[in-house]
Design a binder for this molecule. Structure first.
Ligand code: NHR
Ligand code: GAR
Length: 209
């Protein structure tokens, strides 16, 4: 698999660790960041994984950027592309190169709070429950079929960063599990729907409780 990051890379680390412990039968062949000097690149180096910086600042248009990103990824012929805190919207053309082979983890209980600033939006809405979703990536931003959701309570008076850190603790558990399913060929996307072991996954994800 190829993992795309933009920052800290704690989800990347969770995958590196589960692969090292043989919980996931896969190899991370490359890590790509759109930002230089981020800690996730250090994590890749420490795990002896090839890494590339493809900076969006070097390209005039999203199409030019995605063309370059695609050619770097395609050079590895991955079976799976994992977005792990990757912060650039991808063009429909790019996404279609990897239909059914690209996963994202989004920090909200989709379909709530697509896009950015999800933790603050959940607090502002006085939600009692928040969380994260793993979904297949489709051209519609944060709109692809959900595979798994994890919920956390929202405490009164907590800050967005306190809430984010509890959501991220869940993310580090759930993302490797979904990647493991994919690598076991138990998980697939067909006609914009996600299936686990041949059963369609409900829109709230597998095991909604
Ligand atoms: N691309 C497509 N086509 N479909 C998805 O579902 C995608 C995607 C690209 C990224 C991750 C997503 C998230 O989990 C993701 C899903 C970035 C933005 C964004 O607005 C929104 C959603 C996601 C990632 N990015 C700004 C942009 O102009 C830049 C923001 C920044 O650099 O801080 O690209 O949340
Ligand atoms: C995660 O919480 C992930 O859900 C979120 O960024 C964080 C990355 O953490 N993703 C997005 O907001 C995508 N737009 P990490 O770099 O430590 O894995």
């Amino acid at each position: 698999m190829v993992v795309l990051i933009s920052g800290n890379g704690s989800n990347l680390q969770a995958l590196i660790d589960d692969i090292a412990e043989h919980k996931i039968a896969a190899e991370i062949v490359a890590v790509i960041s759109n930002k230089k000097d981020v800690y996730g690149l250090e994590r890749a180096a420490q795990a002896d994984i090839a890494s590339h910086v493809v900076s969006h600042k070097d390209y005039a248009t999203r199409e030019d950027y995605d063309t370059q990103l695609n050619s770097v990824i395609a050079s590895y012929s991955p079976d799976l592309v994992v977005l792990a805190g990757f912060m650039r919207i991808l063009t429909p053309w790019f996404v279609e190169q990897f239909t059914g082979k690209m996963l994202n983890i989004h920090p909200s209980l989709l379909p709530k709070y697509k896009g950015l600033d999800t933790h603050q939006r959940a607090i502002d809405a006085k939600d009692e429950v928040h969380g994260a979703s793993v979904h297949f990536v489709t051209p519609e931003l944060d709109g692809g079929p959900v595979v798994l959701q994890s919920k956390v309570p929202v405490y009164s008076d907590e800050t967005a960063s306190q809430l984010a850190s509890r959501v991220q603790e869940q993310e580090r558990q759930m993302y490797p599990l979904v990647v493991r399913w994919f690598c076991q060929k138990r998980l697939l996307m067909l006609n914009n729907k996600a299936y686990l072991d041949g059963n369609e996954i409900p829109s709230t994800g597998y095991a909604p409780d």
